[in-house]
Design a binder for this molecule. Sequence first.
Ligand code: NAD
Length: 359
Amino acid sequence: MSKTILLVSGDGIGPEIMRETIKVMDVIEQQFDLDFEYDEALVGGVAIDAAGSPLPEESLAKAKAADAVLFAAIGGPKWDTNPPDLRPEKGLLGLRKELELFGNLRPAILYPQLAEASSLKSDIVAGLDILIVRELTGGIYFGQPRGIRTNEAGEREGFNTYVYSESEIVRIGRMAFEAARSRGGRVCSVDKANVLEVTMLWREVMTELAKEYPDVELSHMLVDNAAMQLVLCPKQFDVMVTGNMFGDILSDTAAMLTGSIGMLPSASLDKNGKGMYEPCHGSAPDIAGQNKANPLAMMLSASMMLRYTFKEVAAAEAIEAAIGKVLDKGYRTGDIFREGNTLVSCEQMGDAVVAALTE
Ligand code: NAD
């Protein structure tokens, strides 16, 4: 039965990187005998211009009906001064909320060919392949009560509530254990169980859950140590799972180890494995329409979609391997270009990946 993928090209470089990604997906569909049907929807600035809303009802309905959403990027200076409800990012946040995407998967992969782009020594990061699984809809960012009040001494104080229910921990834990099964088979759960009760429960629940996944090795690490280990010896990690706030910080740290934003994909998943897949970068208005964008993060987002929503691991690996071959040949878009490389356009990069898939 065919699967429906909703394409949200959005603004800026979005349509350019989406076009190249679909070229690659067309080859993959044939090679692996898959059957995808594509639909398109307007979200972000283009939707504001065309329909007066960053997330029109029709786009939301299409996203709900699709098996997966492939999302390029939104935003740009044209809409920067709009009132809050008419800003492009409202469309993205609205989709995440309406689709109940509670699990955020952020890989930090550093192709050995790009090791020089990292701020760390290349032998420490070359070949890095970490997946950070971050809880996205709970924890201290959403806990109630919260606010700023005046205390009995007449002084203002700010307060937030850090809360996780057992079921919230179990569902993000499952996502991490399942992901580890299609990768290196190891999960490191990050908490602050020496101080915070909520993460004492987190550790207890993860330990209990691990019994259902005897093929996956679980370890625990305190968040301060995890931050240190990420910059000291990052290749020790396979999958890291953590709450919303710790994940926010650690995933950005891990991403920056790779040094190239044009290479980083991400996924946000619901409880049934339906997901929205998007590059970590924005709409890059400074290079939009110039055929200069790096489409690889978008292609890697499509590869995550094949792996996590459609369970087509071999097809996902084929895209990743093709990208590796293209980098081996020295082809680079401007953002990852170094002396001695061959500078290519967005379209030429797409052609090169297609060629690598078929050679
Ligand atoms: P950005 O990621 O768009 O760009 C930062 C820098 O990285 C720019 O110099 C850009 O040219 C470069 N860059 C980014 N992606 C690239 C790619 N694929 N290939 C080559 N170079 C690339 O971040 P920004 O400039 O802070 O934001 C621009 C717009 O994007 C804003 O409107 C912002 O709100 C929006 N934004 C959207 C998302 C999203 O759609 N998920 C995420 C972040 C920012």
